[in-house]
Design a protein around this ligand. Sequence first.
Ligand SMILES: *Cc1c(COP(=O)(O)O)cnc(C)c1O
Length: 399
Amino acid sequence: MALRRESFLPFSRPVIGQEEIDEIIDSIQSGWLTTGPKTARFEEDLAIYNGAPYVRAMNSATTAQEISLQIMDIKRGDEIITSSLTWVSTLSTIVLRGGIPVLVDIDPRTLNMDPSKLEAAITSKTKGIIPVHLTGLPCDLESIWTLAERHKLWVIEDAAQAMGATYKGKKIGSNSRSVMSIYSFHPNKNLTTGEGGAIALHDEKYLNIIARLRFHGIEKDAWKRQSKEGSLHIDVIEPARKANFMDLQAAIGIHQLTKLDQFNRRRGDLFKRYLKLLNDVQECILPWEGDIDFGHCFHLFVFRILPEKAGLSRDEFVQALKDRNIGSGIHYRPAHLHTYYQNFYKAHPRALPAEGLPHSEWSGERLLSLPLWPGLTEDDQDLIVRIIKDVIVSAKKKS
Ligand SMILES: *Cc1c(COP(=O)(O)O)cnc(C)c1O
């Protein structure tokens, strides 16, 4: 019988402690469930942690991305440069605002946007750049900022996977050369609130518009109106979504944040342990662990299987792991290969480079994320590695 785990091991699992549970119970017993004092505290705590003057939380990073683009006043046909190896919301929020996501290829070593490809993608319609810190490894921000400043473009960082990551010693989101940075608190991310997202920003002038755009177009202290000091009179300035963050979510987030550095250290230890244990596997490419300037927060351990050497495709490899009760993830199928975007780029051929996106496609076909979360045990990690090696040995025997 093939080596397998007794029960299924998912690739990610949130680590929620008694503190989070007690805080949720406190919220429920207090009678205040939605946006309120705990949300305000979570936003303040996040701002202190990230070193950005302001943070505003909302229901998801996807909504935060769309709101950030609305604030930047994207008009029909405006071009925003980003990479294809990302979650589709990076592109879809641009399209939903009427913009055109212009794609540049990745650096295959980091899986992040290759800044040397940016200049060629800039046109008179370019408004901004959205670097995606994929896997929790920061992009080459210095090159991106320098180019953006030369061309008068804004930078909004997709930091959904980068809570706790640092660039040149400072937290992602802390540098005002990016107008905003966006985090996600989805259950798979390094810090979770169930669902949720936030914008870190530097310019006070955007605070009122964020308040408006995340809550019905109401500007001033909307949530306070049911409290004693609040006024019952409200004024709607424009139609807007309802994307506010709940105190029930903040109850989880406040305690997750106090544990984040410890979680990320554990992720880092497991990440480096994978690198050691898998070092002798010739049939794969292992991820880069970052360095002093590129401070990884170890969100994902992306393993690229080389089908030409291993004798099985990525999808077959993922299935073989699943058959042996090891879960994995695919982060991501390059966005331009999804049906909608295939048609979109047929209609906007100049939004892709003439040479296509060969590195995004090459890695996109080979990548999978191995189990990585702070609660993963070393015994399980050892078993995962033995199973990986066993799957490859069996595949090579057959081929
Ligand atoms: C998770 C993720 C998002 C979306 O976050 P949500 O909170 O689920 O909306 C966007 N971009 C990247 C790179 C992500 O990993």
